[in-house]
Structure formats: C-alpha cells, structure tokens
Design a protein around this ligand. Structure first.
Ligand SMILES: [Zn+2]
Length: 287
C-alpha cells in the first residue's frame, strides 16, 4: 500500500487527540467561569496578591459583571479577608438629605441601607467614580434603582428613583448626576434608599459617611468582619424569629404555652405590656 498523507491525516489527529496533543484539548477549566463565586474564593484566599493596590474593583469582582442580580457573588462574610482598606478620598454625598431611617433591623425584614429625605426630582449623585452595573425596576422593592461598581471596590445602590439619567455600563465620575429622586417601589414618601456593599455584603453607610456634613469620616475605611458586619448576629436572630397570627380568644398565656415560651418573654420580644389587648389577625413574635 502506498503512503498517502491525505489518508493518514485523520488518523494522526485521532492519535494526537488521545494523547492530549490536540490544541483544542487545552484545559478550559482554568478560564474563570462567569457568575461563579469560586474565582473570588481563590483570589480571596490568595494572600500573596495585594488586591487593593491599583484598581481593586477589577480584581475583586473579576469577571463577574451582570446586570441581573444585586448580589451575584454569594460570598459569605466569614470568607472575606480579615481587613480590606477602601479608598474613600473622592466621596460625594448622593443627596443633601437628612436620615429618615437607619441601617438596621426592621420588624420583618432587615434594612440594608440608609434612607435620606429628598423631594421628587432632586438630583442624585454618584458617591464615587465607577461604572453603572444595574439599572432596574422592582415594583415591590427598590422601585427604579441603580447599582454602581466603584473603582475603590465598593458597590452602591440608589433606590426609589423617579428617573435614571445614566446608561448601563456607563463610566461615571464621583459626584456625577445619575438619577432623580422619587417615591417608586415599596416606599412611603419620597426618599433615597442608599446602600453600600462590598462583594455583595452590605455595610452600614453611616459607618463610612457622616450624613450631617456630607463628608466621609476618614479618607480610608477599613473593612473588618467584626466592625463592618456587626449586624450579622442581629440578622441571625431575626432569621430565626417565628411569628404567630393572633386568633380570636387567644391569650398571651396560651400563646406562650403553645410556643414553649413565657408571657414575660413574649412581652419583651414584642415590646408590649402584660395587659395588652390582643387583636385577632395581628402577628406576634414567639421566638
Ligand atoms: Zn430604605
């Protein structure tokens, strides 16, 4: 049989693919997949690299850029680095408003931001330079809202807006007009709901910003698990909370007995008096 290179070629490709020589058999698993937290995990565990040196946001949020979810990262607080320094030098107050509601526990859900009073149509400014990651609308939540990924590694959320003045992926400077304030979504009166997050985890904005002066407390903010995420304990307690809907004829004594608690504990948890008149349909916390 005569040797024919043409006939021999498919055989060669077959053999080389078995041996792993084919160029198409490069191990693609080394390329970070979009929207998976593993990439971050590895980076966060890598102590040799100073994440915060140049453009921390690029490194910290490597390849996770989606306008679908506020927190696509799903990084538990326990796995964050112990301390991270955030450059807050070029801060601009989003609005000149007074606080109407603080970051912290609310009756049934946690409040992850600071509410600032404004009038519908007031200018809302970017807190730092960055890039617009999300523009969305949630009828039962944020209303019209914008999320910015900042160069310093933080992300900020601006909610209940009446009008958005920027586009998705637009690069903005600190202080740039991004939206007009409003009263959209779950909101009782015009205000800005403002959040600051690091890798999806909310930080109390008042720990970075003095809203009365419109300035940051310090030029750098040091994120630490203990100081920045102190609210985790509150949150766990709230998540473990159980409520009971009062029925006609219920007494505190019965409710306590049925839920393995005491009348005294019920009064304390719900901040009510012993002789409180129970309203059928009302919810009472029992755990
Ligand atoms: Zn709010």
């Amino acid at each position: 049989m005569q040797f024919s290179p043409k006939k021999f070629l498919p055989f060669l490709i077959f053999i080389s693919s078995i041996l792993g020589l084919n160029a198409q058999h490069i191990n693609y698993s080394i390329i970070p997949k979009k929207d998976t937290a593993n990439v971050y995990q590895e980076m966060l565990n890598d102590k040799s690299d100073d994440l915060m040196e140049n453009h921390p946001a690029d490194d910290i949020y490597n390849n996770i850029w989606t306008s679908e979810k506020l927190n696509p990262y799903k990084i538990p607080i326990d796995s964050l680095p112990d301390t991270v320094r955030i450059d807050c030098k070029n801060f601009f107050s989003p609005v000149q408003g007074i606080i109407t509601s603080d970051f912290g526990p609310r009756r049934y859900r946690y409040h992850y931001g600071t509410d600032l009073r404004l009038n519908i149509g007031d200018s809302v400014h970017a807190a730092f330079s960055g890039k617009i990651r999300i523009i969305d609308y949630e009828a039962r939540g944020y209303g019209h809202y914008v999320v910015i990924r900042h160069d310093n590694g933080l992300e900020t959320v601006y909610a209940h807006l009446s009008q958005v003045m920027v586009e998705l992926d637009q690069v903005v400077k600190g202080g740039e007009l991004i939206a007009l304030g409003g009263n959209t979504g779950r909101s009782t009166g015009p205000h800005l709901h403002f959040e600051m997050r690091y890798l999806g985890n909310a930080i109390n904005p008042a720990s970075i910003i003095n809203f009365y002066t419109g300035q940051v407390h310090n030029d750098t903010y040091q994120i630490t698990k203990r100081k920045s995420f102190y609210y985790q304990r509150d949150l766990k307690a709230q998540q473990a909370a159980k409520y009971y809907k009062i029925r006609k004829g219920d007494t505190l004594g019965q409710i306590a007995l049925r839920n393995g608690t005491s009348v005294k504990a019920l009064c304390r948890m719900n901040n009510i008096k012993l002789k409180k008149l129970l309203q059928p349909g009302q919810k009472i916390r029992v755990r």
